[in-house]
Design a protein around this ligand. Structure first.
Ligand SMILES: [Zn+2]
Length: 251
């Protein structure tokens, strides 16, 4: 089972078609970010950043959940989240799911500076802000994960890991995600939209020179081992270099 999921993730995450969610709730500021599992010191700065970035510019979600790749994998009992990547998707019970889920890979948390982490988080919130919905019909074959999601959705089992499983499981079962492999897969245009949204959000949060923060983000990401693979943040189209060049370094 694990091997099959790993194969799907590797082969398909780099290119997929995408769409936008319809009937999203109205955008609002002051959305609160939650840390659901407190067993990882490194996630705290990321949650703090999401909290600040979500407060200042509108998002069409009721709340945000932030977790590490390791916590997500433990909750779902499959290797669904890549430790070298980050992603955002709508989660919780409902169509569309009401909340925002943001995962950050453990290796990113260990390697990135606080500035670069802010850039990553702002980019991921950009996907939620613009209502991006990952889709990939090829991944309909990943039924095992969808079935797991159905079992976990809305589960009222006590304990933090189960709470996360319930929230993420609903996203897989109801949220139009055929599998978690699609979470980090967006088209080139949607990646550009998310980058643009990130610049505006960083500005709204009081960052003096958002384009320099995003350039630092892409520089640090491109220096990580495995950069250029895995889709999402590491998408080769557009490449990190191209995204770096698109930013005007002047403030
Ligand atoms: Zn993205």
């Amino acid at each position: 089972m694990r091997a099959a999921i790993g194969f799907l993730f590797t082969t398909l995450s780099g290119c997929s078609s995408s769409a936008h969610w319809r009937n999203l709730p109205e955008q609002r500021t002051g959305v609160v970010a939650y840390l659901l599992i407190d067993d990882n010191e490194r996630i705290r700065p990321a949650v703090g950043l999401v909290h600040v970035l979500a407060e200042t510019a509108p998002l069409p979600v009721d709340k945000l959940y932030v977790f590490t790749s390791g916590q997500g994998n433990l909750a779902l009992r499959v290797q669904a989240f890549d430790s070298k990547n980050a992603g955002a998707f709508r989660c919780g019970k409902g169509t569309p799911p009401p909340s925002g889920c943001v995962f950050v890979g453990d290796e990113l948390l260990a390697a990135l500076s606080l500035d670069a982490l802010a850039g990553v988080m702002a980019h991921e919130l950009g996907h939620l802000e613009r209502g991006h919905k990952p889709l990939d019909s090829d991944l309909q074959t990943a039924r095992g994960i969808t079935r797991t999601g159905n079992q976990l959705c809305g589960q009222l089992v006590p304990g933090p890991i189960c709470a996360v499983a319930g929230v993420i499981g609903c996203a897989l079962a109801l949220g139009g995600l055929a599998s978690t492999a699609t979470i980090s897969s967006y088209s080139r245009d949607l990646e550009r939209e998310a980058d643009e949204s990130a610049l505006n959000r960083l500005k709204a949060a009081g960052v003096q020179c958002p384009s320099l923060v995003m350039q630092k983000t892409f520089s640090e990401l491109s220096n990580l081992p495995g950069a250029g693979k895995g889709g999402g943040l590491f998408s080769t189209h557009p490449s990190l270099r191209e995204r770096w060049q698109n930013l005007n370094g002047a403030c």
